[in-house]
Design a protein around this ligand. Structure first.
Ligand SMILES: NC(=O)c1ccc[n+]([C@@H]2O[C@H](COP(=O)([O-])OP(=O)(O)OC[C@H]3O[C@@H](n4cnc5c(N)ncnc54)[C@H](O)[C@@H]3O)[C@@H](O)[C@H]2O)c1
Ligand SMILES: O=C(O)C[C@H](O)C(=O)O
Length: 325
């Protein structure tokens, strides 16, 4: 058997972790029957729960699972890591201001960025823990790992948009291509249908502007809050599924003639300030993301992209003031 791929999952005892680990163990993260070794990182108080999950993983008798290690030390957990799924984060609690939240998460993502220096040369990092884009920026800014290995998750937003479009047009999600999420994984994100194709044909001019601005965009952008309200807890299995999709695409490539959405470090494309971790239309090939170039941006889109990247720039200023980037 090929040597196992080391996959680190932080926040492994949390609800996303529980939905994610068994799918990774079954081989769905990387595909092509690649064996994995799972490295679970938790805070000391949650190590016992992670150990319990490790026992269940053993009981799954997964053919591709080489083994499971549990850590409460980031440096040890990330040593030799090929994939880092940074799920564990500090949730916002009552009375907490945004600056407090950014500072608390800085205390997690700065040391994890440093710990990633001990990872394998090919390490790929996906930040899921919120505020995901700025947490990824903090980790990338405090690491010697090349910046293009740091990403934040907007694939859940992308998948949410695909599902809403499929409902609207009465088609399967697989018939839809070239949908984009721009900006931040927050309510300011811009789900963009301008280039969407269904069965290879443009549909933008069949989309009613009222439906777009009053229903579709807010529904996708605020879906996280809707799930919390209806389910009584934030999205977990759908977030885990999107994390699997993100890494699978990164490793195995996007479909021919299509793209997906991922938050990656901006090179200044489409007026997004350089260095921000922002969502773009991206393709993946040979383990590298590339921003889709040359798209026309309407005034409607421009305003929304700028609003979301403006929010990211404000978050960057806030963490700069805290000495985190
Ligand atoms: N980007 C997205 O699309 C998306 C979607 C859903 C949820 N999220 C975010 O993902 C995060 C995790 O969600 P969840 O529902 O699993 O939360 P959860 O509270 O169930 O689990 C989080 C886990 O992280 C652990 N943790 C905290 N600090 C840690 C550290 N320094 N090192 C390792 N582990 C640590 C906690 O002990 C806990 O077990 C949250 O920030 C949530 O807002 C993001
Ligand atoms: O955890 C949240 O606040 C919501 C989450 O980011 C989501 O999009 O479901």
């Amino acid at each position: 058997m090929a040597s196992p791929v080391n996959v680190v999952v932080t926040g492994a005892a949390g609800q996303i972790g529980y939905a994610l680990l068994f799918r990774i163990a079954s081989g769905q993260l990387l595909g092509e029957g690649r064996p994995v070794r799972l490295k679970l990182l938790e805070i000391p108080q949650a190590v016992k729960a992670a150990e319990g999950t490790a026992l269940e993983l053993e009981d799954g008798a997964f053919e591709l699972l080489d083994g499971v290690d549990v850590y409460d030390d980031a440096t040890k957990a990330f040593e030799g890591a090929n994939v880092g799924l940074l799920v564990g984060a500090r949730p916002r609690t009552k009375g907490m201001e945004r600056a407090d939240l950014l500072e608390a998460n800085g205390g997690i993502f700065k040391p994890q960025g440093e710990a990633l220096n001990g990872a394998a040369d090919d390490v790929k990092v996906l930040v899921v823990g919120n505020p995901a884009n700025t947490n990824a920026l903090i980790a990338a800014s405090n690491s010697d790992v090349p910046k293009d290995r740091f990403t934040a998750m907007t694939r859940l937003d992308h998948n949410r948009g695909l599902a809403q479009l499929a409902n609207k047009f009465g088609v399967g999600v697989g018939q839809i291509s070239k949908f984009t999420i721009w900006g931040n994984h927050s309510a300011s994100q811009y789900p963009d249908v301008s280039n969407v194709l269904i069965d290879g044909k443009p549909v933008a001019d069949q989309i009613d502007q009222g439906w777009l601005t009053d229903e579709f965009i807010p529904r996708v952008a605020k879906r996280g809050a809707e799930i919390i309200e209806v389910r009584g807890a934030s999205s977990a299995a759908s977030a885990a599924a999107a994390a699997i999709d993100h890494v699978y695409t990164w490793v195995n490539g996007t479909r021919e003639g299509d793209w997906t959405s991922a938050a990656i470090v901006s090179d200044g494309s489409y007026g997004t300030p350089e260095g921000l971790v922002s969502s773009f239309p991206v393709t993946a090939k040979d383990g590298k993301w590339e921003i889709v170039q040359g798209l026309d941006i309407s005034d409607f889109s421009r305003e929304r992209i700028d609003a979301s990247t403006g929010e990211l720039a404000e978050e960057r200023e806030a963490v700069k003031k805290l000495g985190l980037v």
